[in-house]
Design a protein around this ligand. Structure first.
Ligand code: ZN
Ligand code: ZN
Length: 630
């Protein structure tokens, strides 16, 4: 048979030859350095047979910047990580370990939580593995044999993965460690010249907050130390932007063990919060949402009805009530909104009914998984539940997408949309899912949105659209979500009287755009590196009177600018020191008022040091323009 090489030449090979055979036929060096076969944009393990007439490209250890080559390198590194963790922490269960942008992760269920300090030890074990050297063997097996293998090892997650796997079950073995994996993988660990663990985080099994929370270890690997060094430099920049550090430096918030994972917002942080809250209310009102307020605590029966008791009990804070009852603090607003809807007889004329509420939610997260504002136990979602008839679904999804696009553009973040379709454990018939998925898809298409499809990743009660944002450092954050639900209204027995005078169960759309406001604040702090645009900045203008004699004039100017967030710094520090302080606090505009200043000539410094002279009218016009949120 023949395969086609990138220069269009043909390579003759015996029937059943693999990618590695093709490399060897060209030269021993190529066979040694080969990492992957790429064919029509797909990646293929070197160990797999090629097809007659297949176009192939052989990627090698010299393709150090190639995303596919890095993927296979990092995926192999993830397997080394799992091997190391299982050796160091007996009893740990392994879940999944895919390569991701910039690195890889592996999710584990540790018998005891581990801290960041454990990473060094694990990294040393990885180095040891690299020095010993590993090579990967690929084998195809039956689902029964794979399940037997993994149940003997107590690897419950792998057993579950075998159950839901499609196609051939393949295993990759390195040393005494075998993982369930589609591949592709490196031939051996030699190309991994640099490996580093970069952090820890909590992650739910299968990304579903109703499931067990696992510990995710992040790492990265490169074909050279120099590449790793450059990457670390980029990470340093991320560290400089770390919201936990900037939160202290800019006096925005703090976290304390008095209330674990529940932020204390300082006055300046509260200003930003309130700007977001005002934006949320204003845009909701414009788009026909109504604000509601529902209780924080509900009888356990309510949570049984909603289904949270079954799936989410371990993450709920419970409060004893009287002798016999228990109340659960709401981890989500949905049940409250269901009860509100069900409080009256509803007619189709009231639909769509859009309830919005951003109240505090509480989620009992496992110790060791809290992370600044990014993972907290008190969560404030910009939540909404839209009750609709089937005919209204598409328009309402369209409206929510339009809203999302507006919000993300405001922050200069690029949004990415992902449509998740029917999962294995779906409720309802395929016809119903064809209809609901179709409605989401046409809303996305009508809005002209490019989206990716996450096959099988929808909630069991309906398909969803997840919204991700890319920040300035190119990091992707999952923000909001738009979920279509046909189940919860039925569980609460909700109905409306239709045009036909018969009772129908409404659909509900769960919708959050910022996602959690706490998390969103954390992301914003890092995205802007604390240098907020004027409309978000806690202090928009600081006036610095040069001497004692200028204090009255400074106070008067502050009054003239009172439609903005203005402060006067008349402390006894030198002018230079006060300007530096304003610079450190990242205040967008600083006005220095001395003998030469007047309403016609005001010395204005922007954050970053640019200076100009403006009249009061010019300054006001500029501020008005930049403080406007629209
Ligand atoms: Zn794998
Ligand atoms: Zn909801």
């Amino acid at each position: 048979m023949k395969v086609i090489l990138p220069d269009s030449s043909e390579l003759e090979l015996p029937e059943g030859a693999t990618g590695l055979d093709a490399a060897a036929a060209i030269g021993p060096r190529l066979a040694q350095d080969a990492v992957l076969i790429r064919s029509n944009g797909d990646v293929q393990d070197l160990r797999l047979p090629l097809q007659d007439g297949q176009p192939i490209q052989i990627l090698t250890t010299r393709d150090t910047d190639d995303a596919d080559a890095l993927y296979v390198l990092r995926h192999s590194a993830a397997h080394l990580l799992a091997e190391a963790v299982r050796r160091l922490y007996p009893g740990t269960k392994i879940a999944i370990g895919p390569p991701i942008e910039n690195g890889f992760y592996y999710d584990f269920e540790f018998p005891e939580p581990i801290g960041e300090d454990a990473l060094e030890k694990i990294e040393a074990e990885l180095q040891r593995e690299l020095e010993e050297g590993r090579s990967w063997e690929r084998e195809v097996t039956s689902a029964e044999d794979a399940k037997k293998l993994f149940s003997e090892q107590g690897e419950d997650y792998k057993v579950e993965l075998v159950d839901t796997a499609e196609g051939d079950i393949s295993l990759y073995t390195q040393g005494d460690f075998t993982d369930l994996c589609r591949g592709p993988h490196l031939q051996n660990s030699k190309p991994i010249k640099a490996i580093k663990l970069t952090g820890l985080a909590g992650a739910y099994w299968r990304g579903d907050e109703h499931n067990t929370q696992l510990t995710r270890i992040y790492g990265t690997a490169f074909f050279s130390q120099a590449d790793l060094d450059a990457y670390i430099e980029r990470l340093e920049e991320a560290k400089r932007r770390d919201h936990r550090r900037l939160g202290v430096d800019l006096d925005l918030f703090h976290l304390s063990d008095h209330a674990p994972g529940m932020p204390f917002w300082h006055p300046k942080g509260t200003v930003i919060w309130d700007v977001l809250e005002a934006l949320r209310r204003r845009e909701n009102a414009k788009r026909g949402y109504v604000e509601v307020r529902t209780p924080l605590l509900y009888d356990v029966d309510t949570w049984v009805t909603s289904g949270h008791w079954e799936k989410f009990k371990d993450n709920m804070f419970l409060v004893p009530y009287g002798e016999e009852r228990t109340l659960g603090m709401k981890p989500m607003n949905c049940p409250g909104h269901m009860l509100l809807f069900g409080n009256a007889l509803r007619s189709y004329r009231e639909l769509p009914l859009r309830y919005a509420e951003a109240s505090a939610l509480h989620r009992n997260e496992r110790a060791g998984t809290l992370h600044g504002l990014l993972r907290v136990q008190q969560v404030t979602q910009d939540d909404a539940h839209i009750f609709v008839t089937p005919e209204q679904i598409e328009d309402e999804i369209f409206g929510a997408l339009d809203f999302a696009a507006y919000v993300y553009r405001l922050f200069g973040m690029e949004a990415r949309f992902e449509l998740s379709t029917r999962p294995e454990n779906k409720l309802g018939t395929d016809e119903e899912w064809d209809f609901t998925e179709g409605a989401l898809r046409s809303a996305l298409e009508r809005r002209g949105i490019d989206f990716t499809i996450n096959e099988g990743d929808g909630a069991f009660y309906g398909p969803k659209i997840d919204l991700h944002m890319l920040d300035v450092l190119g990091r992707s954050w999952q923000m909001g979500t738009i979920q279509l639900d046909s189940q919860m209204p039925a569980r609460f027995g909700l109905t409306y009287v239709g045009e036909d005078n018969a009772e129908h169960t409404p659909y509900v759309i769960h919708r959050a755009l910022f996602g959690s406001l706490e998390r969103f604040m954390g992301i914003l702090i890092e995205h802007f590196a604390g240098s907020f645009p004027v409309w978000l900045a806690p202090v928009q203008v600081r006036i610095i009177p040069v001497g004692v004699d200028h204090r009255d004039a400074a106070a008067e100017l502050a009054e003239r600018l009172d439609e903005f967030r203005v402060e006067v710094d008349d402390s006894d520090e030198t002018v230079g020191k006060r300007i530096r302080n304003a610079e450190v606090e990242k205040i967008p505009y600083v006005v220095v008022w001395g003998d030469k200043e007047s309403e016609d000539a005001i010395a204005v410094r922007t954050h970053g040091g640019e200076q100009s002279t403006k009249s009061l009218d010019e300054l006001v016009a500029k501020l008005r323009d930049e403080a406007d949120v629209s």
